[in-house]
Design a protein around this ligand. Structure first.
Ligand SMILES: *Cc1c(COP(=O)(O)O)cnc(C)c1O
Length: 452
């Protein structure tokens, strides 16, 4: 049967998330308290996270049940379709078979609500009344706003000031779902006021916004902080993508040879590939190739170092062992805002360090060129972040053509680009600059990392 999309039934939505910590050869290095350099315990995290999520963060259980209330909300858009990209294959004249898992069908338009809904649920269960977070381009902020109103939580989003001003539509989306959103730095927090005193015209940064949100959560009763990527519990929630994928590939009696995805903090790609990485870890699929894709302007996995660093740029969070460019590293203002992060998921970092996964990096223009070919063949206009995965997929498909190999290539299609059309417009008008971060900047930021 030559299906275009491989669909599952609502009842096929997985009942458990997959926790790869159960299958690691050696345990993850623990997060450290930056002052004592000793591992932090659950109590240290309890000031800003609910216990339900802290338990998931450190759990070594292989499968963790998805609460029925969360599955109920997932039904709005899950299971998501798996597509065969037949017209793209034809355009490339490749013998490879290309598949993509489409997360753009969720209300906020990306994979992010897979975790936002779970996080809002556990906060509600813990009696929390209000959640706060930061957002760069607005994808995570809109996902948390959507999830919060479902579970009757108040939600506040500190949105990086330049995005707040340049990308009004994600802000309007956040407000439409009933959340508050402020251009950060604000006068509402101590960190924000200090920043504004130093530079009243600052355009803000993700690091400052994280600091504002963390301070807000730590200083308000019944308020917690929520993070949209990087942490183990976020990656855990996203494994719903990969678990559905396994069922979908079983339906067509196939298994991918190459799995590709874009990596900002690592949540969508880890979620899509970890159930397959398990097969590699247990020796069932030793030849499976798993490839992260990142921008050359923020080459965390390809040029960063694997060591302890802060999660934010000011130095408030615990130290995490991960690939990092240094927490003071400020990437160029590329259009793939969701990929501008100095660090990466500790789980994805460890698996990359140990050789189970690899990474490649690309320039902006070649990425948009690939996304446009995808739009003209498959129809979907993907997010600039996702476009990185499209570019790598096309390159592998071309390699298959040269070698006449019929490989099965799967890529994680993390979201649509309907709020990023100004970036496509800039591409059409030849206004996109290719940017590779100078080696000296990376070297400099790496010297700012605390010694452990
Ligand atoms: C946020 C985002 C990303 C990057 O974040 P990850 O945690 O690496 O997945 C990628 N694609 C889309 C569409 C996003 O919204």
């Amino acid at each position: 049967m030559n299906k275009t999309k491989i669909m599952l039934d609502e009842n096929d939505i997985p009942k458990k998330w997959y926790n790869i910590q159960a299958d690691l050869k050696t345990p993850l290095d623990p997060p450290l308290n930056p002052k004592t350099k000793k591992p932090i315990g659950p109590d240290d995290l309890n000031a800003i996270f609910p216990m339900g999520l802290i338990k998931q963060e450190v759990s070594r259980e292989r499968y963790i049940p998805i609460p029925e209330e969360v599955r109920e909300i997932y039904r709005i858009w899950r299971p998501t379709p798996l597509y065969r990209a037949r017209r793209l294959e034809k355009a490339l004249k490749t013998p490879a078979k290309i598949y993509y898992k489409w997360e753009g069908v969720s209300p906020p338009g990306s994979h992010k609500p897979n975790s936002a809904v779970a996080q809002a649920y556990y906060n509600m269960k813990a009696g929390i009344e209000r959640v706060v977070t930061e957002t760069g381009a607005g994808q995570w902020g809109s996902a948390l706003a959507f999830a919060s109103q479902i579970f009757d939580l108040k939600c506040r989003v500190y949105m990086v000031k330049c995005s707040y001003e340049q990308k009004p539509y994600r802000r309007v989306l956040i407000e439409s779902w009933g959340a508050e959103v402020f251009p950060s730095p604000t006068k509402l927090t101590k960190v924000g006021r200090e920043m504004l005193k130093k530079d009243p015209n600052t355009s803000g940064s993700l690091g400052i916004s994280i600091s504002e949100a963390v301070e807000d959560a730590a200083t308000h009763e019944n308020t917690n902080y929520a993070l949209g990527s990087v942490l183990n519990h976020v990656v855990l929630h996203q494994t719903i993508i990969g678990l559905e994928l396994k069922k979908q590939f079983e339906l067509i009696d196939k298994y991918p040879d190459i799995i590709v995805g874009c990596v900002g903090g690592g949540s969508n790609f880890s979620g899509a590939c970890f159930p397959f990485v398990r097969d590699k870890l247990i020796g069932k699929k030793p030849d499976l190739k798993i490839v992260s894709v990142e921008p050359l302007a923020c080459p965390t996995l390809t040029k960063g170092e694997y060591r302890y660093d802060f999660g934010d740029s000011i130095g408030l969070t615990p130290l995490l062992k991960m690939h990092t460019l240094g927490h003071t590293f400020v990437p160029a203002a590329i259009h793939a805002g969701g990929l501008r992060y100095h660090g990466d998921s500790p789980l994805l970092s460890k698996l990359t360090k140990e050789g189970y996964m690899e990474a490649v990096a690309y320039y902006q223009n070649e990425v948009f060129e690939a996304a446009e070919l995808f739009a003209r063949t498959e129809g979907f206009v993907v997010a600039p972040e996702t476009a990185h995965a499209v570019k790598a997929t096309i390159d592998f498909a071309k390699m298959c053509k040269r070698k006449n190999e019929k490989k099965v290539i799967l890529f994680a299609n993390s979201g649509h680009g309907h709020f990023d059309l100004s970036a496509y417009d800039a591409y059409h008008n030849h206004k996109i600059q290719d940017y590779q971060h100078p080696k000296e900047h990376i070297k400099k930021a790496l010297t700012d990392i605390p010694k452990v």
